[in-house]
Design a protein around this ligand. Structure first.
Ligand code: BJW
Ligand code: ZN
Length: 248
């Protein structure tokens, strides 16, 4: 990644009326939130995704899954938004409504905590708890919930579960549609800190490109999406994203 590459991407961002940003776990790595697929440090290096992040895994051992999410909630509660989250929030405030839309796969809530308002959380939110039977019960305050076994729904008696999207589950159709609309109408899509392996989110950069947007990837490592990008910036989110959004 050269300074000229960063300048080129920055000039596209500046010339763009609408910037969309697709983020993944890598944008929160420098806040101390583990990614999923990074060797050694990623969650899937230590834990089996189908055991912990699938409906079948939860039904097999709700306590195991609940304790794992309790541990992750505690880590996220201690984390703080980093320079990348903050730069996106500042750019949105400076550009006004519609200027910056964040589509995130992350469940950590750090974009909103940084101050971003136009945020589409494709895979839900770790801090919210809902009824497995989807009877409508929802809790926003995890501190009121027990840490060991998952609690039961006070209305219908089913288990309660984190309000996240597990493998094999559908994404919220309204959120997915809003994400598709955002990438279709943007001039530049920044793709920050995602391996690009999980669909349907991984299909959004190609949709943006087909709709005429420039696609800029920010990631220290190669990803599945690099081939479809206009420009790949090999660097860490907290270093590169603020530079791309720096005002003149
Ligand atoms: C840095 C950095 C730094 C490090 N700076 N970067 C089409 C084809 C094939 C399969 C499918 C398909 N359509 C659907 C599927 C099935 C499945 C899927 O995609 N499987 C693939 C894995 C093959 N998708 C689904 O099941 C989805 N549901 C669905 O489509 O329903 C309909 C349907 C079902 C079944 C069949 C067909 C249709 C739901 C997906 C839900 C994903 N859920 C998770 C868990 C959320 C809850 C939780 O947190 O516990 O979401 S899995 C996990 O992966 C999490 C993430 O949001 C998601 C994406 O990961 P992400 O963010 O990219 O993280 P990593 O770790 O992979 O990458 C980190 C990156 O950061 C790396 O590139 C690093 O280099 C980089 N990085 N430090 C910048 N400092
Ligand atoms: Zn219920």
């Amino acid at each position: 990644m050269t300074a000229a590459d960063v300048d080129r991407a920055r000039s596209w961002v500046h010339a763009s009326g609408r910037v969309a940003v697709l983020t993944g776990a890598g944008i929160s790595a420098e806040s101390g939130v583990p990614t999923f697929r990074d060797a050694q440090t990623g969650l899937w290096a230590k834990y089996d995704p189908m055991t912990l992040a699938s409906p079948d895994g939860f039904r097999r051992d709700p306590g195991l899954v609940w304790r794992w999410y309790t541990w992750r909630r505690e880590r996220v509660a201690q984390a703080r938004p980093n320079a990348a989250h903050l730069a996106l929030a500042r750019a949105e405030a400076a550009r006004g409504a519609g200027g910056v839309t964040v589509v995130t796969q992350n469940v950590d809530g750090l974009h909103r905590r940084a101050g971003s308002r136009a945020v589409i959380e494709l895979h839900g939110n770790l801090m919210r708890t809902v009824c497995l039977a989807r009877c409508g019960t929802a809790f926003d305050d995890p501190s009121a919930l027990p840490a060991g076994e998952p609690p039961k729904c006070p209305r219908c008696g089913a288990w309660l579960r984190p309000d996240v999207v597990w493998f094999g589950e559908m994404l919220d159709p309204d959120r997915l549609e809003a994400a598709r609309a955002a990438v279709q109408r943007c001039d530049v899509l920044l793709v920050v800190g995602t391996s690009g392996l999980v669909y349907p989110a991984a299909g959004l950069p190609a949709l943006a490109a087909r709709s005429g947007a420039r696609v800029v990837i920010v990631n220290p490592h190669p990803t599945e999406l690099d081939g479809g990008a206009t420009l790949v910036l090999r660097g860490a989110a907290a270093e590169v994203v603020p530079r791309l959004l720096q005002p003149d």
